[in-house]
Design a protein around this ligand. Structure first.
Ligand code: KIV
Ligand code: ZN
Length: 521
Protein backbone atom coordinates (compact mmCIF):
# COMPACT_ATOMS: atom_id res chain seq x y z
CA UNK A 1 0.00 0.00 0.00
CA UNK A 2 1.24 3.49 -0.78
CA UNK A 3 2.32 5.12 2.41
CA UNK A 4 0.74 8.50 1.72
CA UNK A 5 -2.79 7.21 1.24
CA UNK A 6 -5.24 8.09 4.03
CA UNK A 7 -8.05 5.57 4.26
CA UNK A 8 -11.42 6.95 5.22
CA UNK A 9 -13.30 4.50 7.45
CA UNK A 10 -16.89 5.57 7.78
CA UNK A 11 -18.72 4.47 10.91
CA UNK A 12 -21.92 6.51 10.45
CA UNK A 13 -23.95 3.29 10.42
CA UNK A 14 -22.32 1.90 13.57
CA UNK A 15 -20.92 4.55 15.95
CA UNK A 16 -23.08 7.24 14.32
CA UNK A 17 -26.18 5.20 14.86
CA UNK A 18 -25.28 4.88 18.57
CA UNK A 19 -26.30 8.53 18.90
CA UNK A 20 -29.57 8.57 20.91
CA UNK A 21 -32.59 8.82 18.63
CA UNK A 22 -30.57 8.14 15.46
CA UNK A 23 -31.48 4.50 14.98
CA UNK A 24 -32.27 3.62 11.40
CA UNK A 25 -33.91 0.68 9.75
CA UNK A 26 -32.52 -1.53 7.01
CA UNK A 27 -33.78 0.51 4.09
CA UNK A 28 -32.45 3.73 5.53
CA UNK A 29 -29.06 2.16 6.24
CA UNK A 30 -28.88 0.73 2.76
CA UNK A 31 -29.58 4.12 1.16
CA UNK A 32 -26.80 5.63 3.27
CA UNK A 33 -24.42 2.79 2.38
CA UNK A 34 -25.14 3.38 -1.33
CA UNK A 35 -24.34 7.05 -0.90
CA UNK A 36 -21.15 6.21 1.02
CA UNK A 37 -20.11 4.07 -1.93
CA UNK A 38 -20.72 7.03 -4.28
CA UNK A 39 -18.71 9.16 -1.87
CA UNK A 40 -15.99 6.52 -2.29
CA UNK A 41 -15.12 6.01 1.34
CA UNK A 42 -12.62 3.17 1.77
CA UNK A 43 -14.41 1.28 4.53
CA UNK A 44 -18.06 1.17 5.63
CA UNK A 45 -18.63 -0.09 9.16
CA UNK A 46 -22.21 -1.26 8.74
CA UNK A 47 -23.02 -2.20 12.33
CA UNK A 48 -22.43 -4.47 15.29
CA UNK A 49 -23.92 -7.75 14.04
CA UNK A 50 -24.26 -9.60 17.34
CA UNK A 51 -26.27 -6.79 18.93
CA UNK A 52 -29.55 -7.53 17.17
CA UNK A 53 -31.06 -9.31 14.19
CA UNK A 54 -31.54 -5.88 12.62
CA UNK A 55 -27.83 -5.04 12.90
CA UNK A 56 -26.83 -8.43 11.52
CA UNK A 57 -29.24 -8.05 8.62
CA UNK A 58 -27.99 -4.54 7.87
CA UNK A 59 -24.31 -5.56 7.69
CA UNK A 60 -25.15 -8.71 5.73
CA UNK A 61 -27.31 -6.84 3.20
CA UNK A 62 -24.75 -4.06 2.80
CA UNK A 63 -22.04 -6.70 2.28
CA UNK A 64 -24.22 -8.33 -0.39
CA UNK A 65 -25.34 -5.21 -2.24
CA UNK A 66 -22.66 -2.55 -1.95
CA UNK A 67 -19.74 -2.78 -4.32
CA UNK A 68 -16.49 -0.86 -3.89
CA UNK A 69 -15.68 -0.15 -0.24
CA UNK A 70 -14.53 -2.71 2.33
CA UNK A 71 -17.51 -3.76 4.47
CA UNK A 72 -16.83 -4.10 8.15
CA UNK A 73 -18.69 -5.56 11.14
CA UNK A 74 -17.81 -4.81 14.76
CA UNK A 75 -17.30 -7.47 17.45
CA UNK A 76 -16.21 -7.64 21.06
CA UNK A 77 -13.42 -10.14 21.80
CA UNK A 78 -16.04 -12.81 22.31
CA UNK A 79 -16.44 -15.83 20.01
CA UNK A 80 -20.17 -15.32 19.39
CA UNK A 81 -19.60 -11.67 18.43
CA UNK A 82 -16.72 -12.49 16.10
CA UNK A 83 -18.65 -15.30 14.45
CA UNK A 84 -21.67 -13.06 13.92
CA UNK A 85 -19.48 -10.35 12.37
CA UNK A 86 -17.64 -12.91 10.20
CA UNK A 87 -20.91 -14.38 8.96
CA UNK A 88 -22.42 -10.94 8.33
CA UNK A 89 -19.56 -9.66 6.14
CA UNK A 90 -19.20 -12.95 4.23
CA UNK A 91 -21.06 -11.80 1.10
CA UNK A 92 -18.42 -9.08 0.60
CA UNK A 93 -15.81 -11.81 0.01
CA UNK A 94 -12.30 -10.39 0.06
CA UNK A 95 -13.76 -6.96 0.89
CA UNK A 96 -15.04 -8.23 4.24
CA UNK A 97 -13.42 -6.95 7.45
CA UNK A 98 -13.97 -7.94 11.07
CA UNK A 99 -13.22 -5.25 13.64
CA UNK A 100 -12.53 -6.68 17.08
CA UNK A 101 -12.25 -4.48 20.17
CA UNK A 102 -11.28 -4.91 23.80
CA UNK A 103 -10.61 -2.24 26.43
CA UNK A 104 -6.96 -1.87 27.47
CA UNK A 105 -6.77 1.19 29.75
CA UNK A 106 -6.11 0.76 33.46
CA UNK A 107 -9.50 2.19 34.45
CA UNK A 108 -11.37 -0.15 32.08
CA UNK A 109 -9.23 -3.15 33.05
CA UNK A 110 -9.77 -2.64 36.76
CA UNK A 111 -13.31 -1.37 36.98
CA UNK A 112 -15.10 -2.64 33.87
CA UNK A 113 -13.41 -5.90 33.00
CA UNK A 114 -11.64 -6.94 36.24
CA UNK A 115 -8.77 -8.34 34.18
CA UNK A 116 -4.99 -7.99 34.37
CA UNK A 117 -2.78 -6.94 31.45
CA UNK A 118 -1.67 -10.48 30.54
CA UNK A 119 -5.26 -11.67 30.36
CA UNK A 120 -6.20 -8.73 28.13
CA UNK A 121 -3.28 -9.58 25.85
CA UNK A 122 -4.35 -13.21 25.64
CA UNK A 123 -7.99 -12.35 24.90
CA UNK A 124 -6.99 -9.81 22.25
CA UNK A 125 -4.74 -12.32 20.48
CA UNK A 126 -7.39 -15.07 20.66
CA UNK A 127 -10.01 -12.66 19.29
CA UNK A 128 -7.86 -11.63 16.33
CA UNK A 129 -7.00 -15.27 15.57
CA UNK A 130 -10.66 -16.23 15.61
CA UNK A 131 -11.54 -13.32 13.30
CA UNK A 132 -8.71 -14.44 10.99
CA UNK A 133 -10.61 -17.71 10.60
CA UNK A 134 -13.35 -15.69 8.89
CA UNK A 135 -11.53 -12.97 6.96
CA UNK A 136 -8.04 -11.93 5.93
CA UNK A 137 -8.70 -8.28 6.82
CA UNK A 138 -8.85 -7.94 10.62
CA UNK A 139 -8.81 -4.69 12.58
CA UNK A 140 -8.18 -4.54 16.30
CA UNK A 141 -9.13 -1.65 18.60
CA UNK A 142 -7.75 -1.35 22.14
CA UNK A 143 -10.78 0.52 23.48
CA UNK A 144 -9.85 3.65 25.48
CA UNK A 145 -6.48 3.40 23.75
CA UNK A 146 -5.62 7.06 24.30
CA UNK A 147 -5.77 6.52 28.09
CA UNK A 148 -3.82 3.24 28.01
CA UNK A 149 -0.23 3.15 29.33
CA UNK A 150 1.91 3.61 26.17
CA UNK A 151 4.22 0.67 26.99
CA UNK A 152 1.28 -1.68 27.37
CA UNK A 153 -0.31 -0.27 24.19
CA UNK A 154 2.89 -1.08 22.27
CA UNK A 155 2.76 -4.66 23.60
CA UNK A 156 -0.88 -4.94 22.53
CA UNK A 157 -0.12 -3.61 19.03
CA UNK A 158 2.76 -6.06 18.55
CA UNK A 159 0.75 -9.01 19.86
CA UNK A 160 -2.36 -8.42 17.73
CA UNK A 161 -0.28 -7.80 14.60
CA UNK A 162 1.60 -11.06 15.25
CA UNK A 163 -1.82 -12.73 15.53
CA UNK A 164 -2.84 -11.34 12.11
CA UNK A 165 -4.34 -7.86 12.57
CA UNK A 166 -3.53 -5.60 9.63
CA UNK A 167 -5.07 -2.45 11.09
CA UNK A 168 -4.68 -1.34 14.69
CA UNK A 169 -7.05 1.42 15.65
CA UNK A 170 -6.21 3.66 18.63
CA UNK A 171 -9.55 5.00 19.83
CA UNK A 172 -9.93 8.12 21.88
CA UNK A 173 -13.08 6.53 23.22
CA UNK A 174 -14.03 9.23 25.70
CA UNK A 175 -12.74 12.25 23.77
CA UNK A 176 -10.02 12.88 26.34
CA UNK A 177 -7.05 13.44 24.05
CA UNK A 178 -5.59 16.76 22.93
CA UNK A 179 -3.78 17.07 19.59
CA UNK A 180 -0.11 17.33 20.63
CA UNK A 181 -0.36 14.53 23.17
CA UNK A 182 -2.41 12.22 20.90
CA UNK A 183 -0.01 12.82 18.00
CA UNK A 184 2.92 12.03 20.30
CA UNK A 185 1.28 8.74 21.27
CA UNK A 186 0.67 7.80 17.63
CA UNK A 187 4.27 8.80 16.81
CA UNK A 188 5.53 6.62 19.67
CA UNK A 189 3.58 3.59 18.39
CA UNK A 190 4.75 4.24 14.85
CA UNK A 191 8.36 4.30 16.00
CA UNK A 192 8.08 1.25 18.26
CA UNK A 193 6.21 -1.16 15.99
CA UNK A 194 8.16 -2.08 12.82
CA UNK A 195 5.04 -3.28 10.97
CA UNK A 196 3.62 0.27 11.04
CA UNK A 197 6.68 1.38 9.11
CA UNK A 198 7.16 -1.51 6.71
CA UNK A 199 3.54 -1.50 5.42
CA UNK A 200 2.47 -4.81 7.05
CA UNK A 201 -0.03 -3.00 9.29
CA UNK A 202 -1.44 0.48 9.59
CA UNK A 203 -2.42 2.72 12.47
CA UNK A 204 -5.99 3.93 12.48
CA UNK A 205 -7.46 6.69 14.64
CA UNK A 206 -10.97 7.00 16.01
CA UNK A 207 -11.68 10.20 17.91
CA UNK A 208 -14.72 11.29 19.87
CA UNK A 209 -15.65 14.92 20.22
CA UNK A 210 -16.24 15.44 23.94
CA UNK A 211 -13.80 18.37 24.00
CA UNK A 212 -14.60 19.44 20.45
CA UNK A 213 -11.18 18.12 19.35
CA UNK A 214 -12.06 14.99 17.38
CA UNK A 215 -11.06 16.42 13.99
CA UNK A 216 -7.98 18.22 15.33
CA UNK A 217 -6.80 15.04 17.07
CA UNK A 218 -7.35 12.92 13.94
CA UNK A 219 -5.43 15.35 11.74
CA UNK A 220 -2.56 15.61 14.22
CA UNK A 221 -2.41 11.81 14.26
CA UNK A 222 -2.19 11.67 10.47
CA UNK A 223 0.93 13.83 10.61
CA UNK A 224 2.34 11.44 13.23
CA UNK A 225 1.87 8.29 11.14
CA UNK A 226 -1.80 7.26 11.18
CA UNK A 227 -3.04 6.07 7.78
CA UNK A 228 -6.72 5.41 8.47
CA UNK A 229 -9.18 7.88 9.97
CA UNK A 230 -12.48 6.69 11.41
CA UNK A 231 -15.25 9.25 11.17
CA UNK A 232 -18.94 9.82 10.56
CA UNK A 233 -20.94 12.01 8.19
CA UNK A 234 -21.97 15.22 10.02
CA UNK A 235 -19.92 14.00 12.98
CA UNK A 236 -22.87 12.11 14.46
CA UNK A 237 -22.11 9.57 17.18
CA UNK A 238 -22.13 8.73 20.88
CA UNK A 239 -22.44 11.77 23.19
CA UNK A 240 -20.75 14.73 21.42
CA UNK A 241 -20.19 12.60 18.34
CA UNK A 242 -17.24 11.40 16.29
CA UNK A 243 -14.78 13.20 14.01
CA UNK A 244 -16.76 14.62 11.08
CA UNK A 245 -15.88 12.97 7.78
CA UNK A 246 -16.45 16.12 5.71
CA UNK A 247 -14.11 18.16 7.92
CA UNK A 248 -11.33 15.57 7.81
CA UNK A 249 -11.57 15.16 4.05
CA UNK A 250 -11.74 18.86 3.26
CA UNK A 251 -8.93 19.72 5.67
CA UNK A 252 -6.70 17.15 3.94
CA UNK A 253 -7.67 18.43 0.50
CA UNK A 254 -7.73 22.17 1.21
CA UNK A 255 -4.52 22.15 3.25
CA UNK A 256 -2.62 19.61 1.19
CA UNK A 257 0.25 22.10 1.37
CA UNK A 258 0.50 21.39 5.11
CA UNK A 259 -0.55 17.72 5.10
CA UNK A 260 2.17 16.80 2.65
CA UNK A 261 -0.13 15.85 -0.20
CA UNK A 262 -1.70 12.84 1.51
CA UNK A 263 -4.06 11.17 -0.91
CA UNK A 264 -7.68 10.57 0.03
CA UNK A 265 -10.07 8.94 -2.40
CA UNK A 266 -13.30 10.59 -1.23
CA UNK A 267 -15.32 12.32 -3.98
CA UNK A 268 -15.82 15.74 -2.38
CA UNK A 269 -18.73 16.66 -4.71
CA UNK A 270 -20.85 14.01 -2.95
CA UNK A 271 -20.34 15.51 0.52
CA UNK A 272 -23.39 17.78 0.77
CA UNK A 273 -25.67 15.10 -0.65
CA UNK A 274 -24.31 12.61 1.89
CA UNK A 275 -24.80 15.07 4.72
CA UNK A 276 -28.42 15.72 3.78
CA UNK A 277 -29.22 12.07 3.37
CA UNK A 278 -27.72 11.17 6.76
CA UNK A 279 -29.55 14.05 8.38
CA UNK A 280 -32.88 12.97 6.88
CA UNK A 281 -32.43 9.28 7.58
CA UNK A 282 -31.17 9.75 11.14
CA UNK A 283 -33.46 12.66 12.01
CA UNK A 284 -30.44 14.59 13.32
CA UNK A 285 -30.52 18.17 12.08
CA UNK A 286 -27.25 19.75 10.96
CA UNK A 287 -26.58 23.03 12.75
CA UNK A 288 -26.59 26.01 10.35
CA UNK A 289 -23.04 27.05 11.11
CA UNK A 290 -21.57 23.53 10.84
CA UNK A 291 -18.34 23.55 8.79
CA UNK A 292 -18.66 22.44 5.14
CA UNK A 293 -22.27 21.17 5.31
CA UNK A 294 -24.17 23.75 7.42
CA UNK A 295 -26.52 26.07 5.53
CA UNK A 296 -24.35 29.05 6.48
CA UNK A 297 -21.01 27.42 5.73
CA UNK A 298 -20.60 29.48 2.57
CA UNK A 299 -23.01 32.35 3.28
CA UNK A 300 -21.40 35.78 3.41
CA UNK A 301 -23.49 38.51 4.99
CA UNK A 302 -20.97 41.26 5.60
CA UNK A 303 -20.72 43.83 2.82
CA UNK A 304 -16.94 43.84 2.96
CA UNK A 305 -16.82 40.07 2.48
CA UNK A 306 -19.39 40.13 -0.32
CA UNK A 307 -17.41 42.84 -2.08
CA UNK A 308 -14.19 40.86 -1.70
CA UNK A 309 -15.82 37.66 -3.01
CA UNK A 310 -17.11 39.49 -6.08
CA UNK A 311 -13.61 40.76 -6.81
CA UNK A 312 -11.92 37.44 -6.14
CA UNK A 313 -13.64 34.47 -4.53
CA UNK A 314 -10.54 33.31 -2.70
CA UNK A 315 -10.38 36.54 -0.67
CA UNK A 316 -12.92 35.10 1.75
CA UNK A 317 -13.51 31.53 0.58
CA UNK A 318 -10.91 28.84 1.16
CA UNK A 319 -13.01 26.22 -0.64
CA UNK A 320 -15.28 26.42 -3.65
CA UNK A 321 -18.78 25.52 -2.40
CA UNK A 322 -19.40 23.61 -5.63
CA UNK A 323 -16.37 21.45 -4.86
CA UNK A 324 -18.29 19.90 -1.94
CA UNK A 325 -21.60 19.73 -3.79
CA UNK A 326 -23.32 23.00 -2.92
CA UNK A 327 -25.34 24.79 -5.55
CA UNK A 328 -25.28 22.08 -8.17
CA UNK A 329 -28.92 22.63 -9.10
CA UNK A 330 -30.90 20.96 -11.82
CA UNK A 331 -33.97 22.25 -13.64
CA UNK A 332 -36.88 21.90 -11.23
CA UNK A 333 -39.83 19.63 -11.95
CA UNK A 334 -43.38 21.02 -12.17
CA UNK A 335 -46.91 19.63 -11.79
CA UNK A 336 -46.76 18.76 -15.48
CA UNK A 337 -43.84 16.41 -14.98
CA UNK A 338 -44.83 12.80 -15.41
CA UNK A 339 -44.09 9.70 -13.38
CA UNK A 340 -41.18 8.79 -15.66
CA UNK A 341 -39.54 12.20 -15.19
CA UNK A 342 -39.87 11.88 -11.42
CA UNK A 343 -38.44 8.35 -11.54
CA UNK A 344 -35.48 9.53 -13.65
CA UNK A 345 -34.77 12.44 -11.31
CA UNK A 346 -34.92 10.14 -8.27
CA UNK A 347 -32.45 7.79 -9.93
CA UNK A 348 -30.20 10.71 -10.76
CA UNK A 349 -30.34 11.79 -7.11
CA UNK A 350 -29.07 8.34 -6.23
CA UNK A 351 -32.21 6.73 -4.81
CA UNK A 352 -32.91 3.14 -5.68
CA UNK A 353 -36.69 2.93 -5.68
CA UNK A 354 -39.11 0.26 -6.77
CA UNK A 355 -42.06 1.03 -9.03
CA UNK A 356 -44.33 0.84 -5.98
CA UNK A 357 -42.14 3.39 -4.16
CA UNK A 358 -42.29 5.77 -7.12
CA UNK A 359 -46.07 5.36 -7.39
CA UNK A 360 -46.56 6.13 -3.70
CA UNK A 361 -44.30 9.15 -3.94
CA UNK A 362 -45.80 10.36 -7.21
CA UNK A 363 -49.22 10.90 -5.61
CA UNK A 364 -47.67 13.27 -3.06
CA UNK A 365 -45.50 14.86 -5.75
CA UNK A 366 -48.67 15.76 -7.68
CA UNK A 367 -50.24 17.33 -4.57
CA UNK A 368 -47.11 19.40 -4.04
CA UNK A 369 -46.97 20.30 -7.73
CA UNK A 370 -50.50 21.69 -7.51
CA UNK A 371 -49.47 23.98 -4.66
CA UNK A 372 -46.00 24.98 -5.83
CA UNK A 373 -44.78 26.31 -9.13
CA UNK A 374 -41.54 24.34 -9.04
CA UNK A 375 -40.64 21.14 -7.27
CA UNK A 376 -36.89 21.33 -6.55
CA UNK A 377 -34.52 18.45 -5.89
CA UNK A 378 -34.58 19.40 -2.19
CA UNK A 379 -38.39 19.06 -2.17
CA UNK A 380 -38.15 15.66 -3.80
CA UNK A 381 -35.48 14.47 -1.37
CA UNK A 382 -37.69 15.59 1.54
CA UNK A 383 -40.61 13.59 0.11
CA UNK A 384 -38.35 10.58 -0.28
CA UNK A 385 -37.32 10.99 3.38
CA UNK A 386 -40.88 10.25 4.42
CA UNK A 387 -41.26 7.29 2.05
CA UNK A 388 -37.88 5.67 2.38
CA UNK A 389 -38.47 4.50 5.86
CA UNK A 390 -39.45 0.97 4.91
CA UNK A 391 -41.92 1.36 7.73
CA UNK A 392 -45.10 -0.46 6.75
CA UNK A 393 -47.79 2.19 6.38
CA UNK A 394 -50.19 0.64 8.86
CA UNK A 395 -51.99 3.98 8.97
CA UNK A 396 -51.99 6.61 6.24
CA UNK A 397 -53.32 10.14 6.24
CA UNK A 398 -56.55 10.61 4.32
CA UNK A 399 -57.90 13.95 5.44
CA UNK A 400 -56.93 16.69 7.84
CA UNK A 401 -58.69 19.87 8.93
CA UNK A 402 -57.46 22.17 11.67
CA UNK A 403 -58.82 25.36 13.17
CA UNK A 404 -56.57 27.52 15.27
CA UNK A 405 -56.11 31.17 16.17
CA UNK A 406 -55.48 33.41 19.16
CA UNK A 407 -59.17 33.32 20.24
CA UNK A 408 -59.95 29.76 19.20
CA UNK A 409 -59.38 26.46 20.95
CA UNK A 410 -57.16 24.53 18.52
CA UNK A 411 -59.24 21.71 17.06
CA UNK A 412 -58.25 19.01 14.59
CA UNK A 413 -60.34 16.57 12.60
CA UNK A 414 -58.33 13.72 11.16
CA UNK A 415 -59.26 10.79 8.95
CA UNK A 416 -56.78 7.93 8.75
CA UNK A 417 -56.85 4.85 6.55
CA UNK A 418 -55.75 1.47 7.85
CA UNK A 419 -53.86 -0.74 5.41
CA UNK A 420 -55.77 -3.84 4.35
CA UNK A 421 -58.78 -3.26 6.64
CA UNK A 422 -62.41 -3.52 5.49
CA UNK A 423 -63.66 -0.33 7.13
CA UNK A 424 -60.40 1.31 6.32
CA UNK A 425 -61.15 4.97 7.00
CA UNK A 426 -61.61 6.14 10.58
CA UNK A 427 -62.23 9.69 11.70
CA UNK A 428 -61.77 11.49 15.03
CA UNK A 429 -61.60 15.03 16.31
CA UNK A 430 -59.72 16.45 19.29
CA UNK A 431 -58.74 19.72 20.89
CA UNK A 432 -55.21 20.40 22.02
CA UNK A 433 -52.76 22.94 23.42
CA UNK A 434 -51.90 23.92 19.87
CA UNK A 435 -52.80 22.72 16.37
CA UNK A 436 -50.07 20.04 16.28
CA UNK A 437 -51.07 18.78 19.73
CA UNK A 438 -54.71 18.59 18.57
CA UNK A 439 -53.65 16.56 15.50
CA UNK A 440 -51.55 14.20 17.64
CA UNK A 441 -54.46 13.64 20.06
CA UNK A 442 -56.93 12.97 17.24
CA UNK A 443 -54.52 10.48 15.68
CA UNK A 444 -53.90 8.79 19.03
CA UNK A 445 -57.65 8.27 19.37
CA UNK A 446 -57.81 6.49 16.06
CA UNK A 447 -54.61 4.45 16.34
CA UNK A 448 -54.97 3.84 20.10
CA UNK A 449 -51.23 4.49 20.45
CA UNK A 450 -50.12 7.03 23.05
CA UNK A 451 -47.13 9.05 21.95
CA UNK A 452 -45.41 12.03 23.52
CA UNK A 453 -43.55 14.52 21.37
CA UNK A 454 -40.03 14.96 22.74
CA UNK A 455 -38.34 16.88 20.00
CA UNK A 456 -39.73 18.81 17.07
CA UNK A 457 -38.02 20.75 14.32
CA UNK A 458 -39.27 22.40 11.18
CA UNK A 459 -37.16 23.62 8.32
CA UNK A 460 -37.85 24.99 4.87
CA UNK A 461 -36.31 22.69 2.31
CA UNK A 462 -36.37 24.93 -0.75
CA UNK A 463 -36.67 28.57 -1.71
CA UNK A 464 -39.64 30.94 -1.83
CA UNK A 465 -42.93 31.56 -0.08
CA UNK A 466 -44.28 28.23 -1.21
CA UNK A 467 -41.24 26.37 0.14
CA UNK A 468 -41.92 22.91 1.47
CA UNK A 469 -41.66 22.50 5.21
CA UNK A 470 -39.99 19.40 6.52
CA UNK A 471 -40.77 18.26 10.03
CA UNK A 472 -38.48 15.92 11.94
CA UNK A 473 -39.69 14.84 15.36
CA UNK A 474 -38.93 12.32 18.04
CA UNK A 475 -41.75 10.60 19.85
CA UNK A 476 -41.74 8.52 23.00
CA UNK A 477 -44.16 5.58 22.99
CA UNK A 478 -43.06 4.36 26.40
CA UNK A 479 -40.93 1.48 25.10
CA UNK A 480 -37.58 2.95 26.05
CA UNK A 481 -36.57 4.25 22.64
CA UNK A 482 -37.22 7.60 21.01
CA UNK A 483 -38.56 7.07 17.52
CA UNK A 484 -37.99 9.47 14.65
CA UNK A 485 -40.80 10.62 12.37
CA UNK A 486 -40.37 12.61 9.18
CA UNK A 487 -42.91 14.36 7.02
CA UNK A 488 -42.92 17.06 4.39
CA UNK A 489 -45.60 19.28 2.89
CA UNK A 490 -46.17 22.87 1.82
CA UNK A 491 -48.43 23.07 4.88
CA UNK A 492 -46.57 22.84 8.19
CA UNK A 493 -49.46 21.24 10.10
CA UNK A 494 -49.82 18.58 7.43
CA UNK A 495 -46.02 18.02 7.51
CA UNK A 496 -46.30 17.61 11.31
CA UNK A 497 -49.21 15.16 10.94
CA UNK A 498 -47.28 13.09 8.40
CA UNK A 499 -44.17 13.09 10.61
CA UNK A 500 -46.10 11.95 13.69
CA UNK A 501 -47.89 9.24 11.71
CA UNK A 502 -44.52 8.09 10.39
CA UNK A 503 -43.31 7.69 14.00
CA UNK A 504 -46.53 5.85 14.97
CA UNK A 505 -46.11 3.42 12.05
CA UNK A 506 -42.46 2.93 13.01
CA UNK A 507 -43.55 2.09 16.56
CA UNK A 508 -46.21 -0.36 15.37
CA UNK A 509 -43.72 -2.20 13.19
CA UNK A 510 -40.88 -2.17 15.74
CA UNK A 511 -41.97 -5.34 17.46
CA UNK A 512 -42.02 -3.39 20.73
CA UNK A 513 -45.59 -2.13 20.52
CA UNK A 514 -47.86 -3.43 23.30
CA UNK A 515 -50.65 -5.73 22.07
CA UNK A 516 -53.14 -2.97 23.00
CA UNK A 517 -51.32 -0.66 20.56
CA UNK A 518 -51.65 -2.99 17.65
CA UNK A 519 -54.58 -2.24 15.38
CA UNK A 520 -57.41 -4.75 15.12
CA UNK A 521 -57.88 -6.16 11.67
O1 KIV B 1 -15.03 4.72 20.66
C1 KIV B 1 -14.62 3.55 20.64
O2 KIV B 1 -13.73 3.13 21.37
C2 KIV B 1 -15.23 2.65 19.67
C3 KIV B 1 -14.55 1.34 19.46
C4 KIV B 1 -15.51 0.22 19.36
C5 KIV B 1 -13.66 1.44 18.26
O3 KIV B 1 -16.21 2.99 19.03
ZN1 ZN C 1 -16.38 5.22 19.06
Amino acid sequence: MKNDRILIFDTTLRDGEQCPGASMNLREKLEIARQLARLKVDVIEGGFPVISDGDFEAVHTIAKEIKGPIICGLARCVPKDIDAAGEAVKPAGKRGRVHVFLATSKIHREFKLGKAQDEILRLAVDGVKRAKGWVEDVEFSPEDGSRTEPDFLIQVCKAVIAAGATTVNIPDTVGWAVPEQYAALIGQLHAAVPEFRNGKAIISVHCHNDLGLAVANSLAAVRAGARQVECTVNGIGERAGNAALEEIVMALKTRSDFYGGFECGVVAREIVKSSRLVSRMSGLIVQRSKAIVGENAFAHSSGIHQDGILKKRETYEIMDPQEVGWGVTELPLTKHSGRAAVAVRLKHLGFKMTEADVNALFAQFKEIGDKKKFVYDEDLIALVGGHLTEVPETWSLDYLSVTAGNHTVPTATVRLRKAGAKDAAQQEAAIGDGPVDAVVKAMDRITRVRGQLKDYSLRAVSQGEDAMGEVTLKADFGDGELLTGKGASTDVIEASARAYLNAVNRHLSSGRAKPTDLPHP
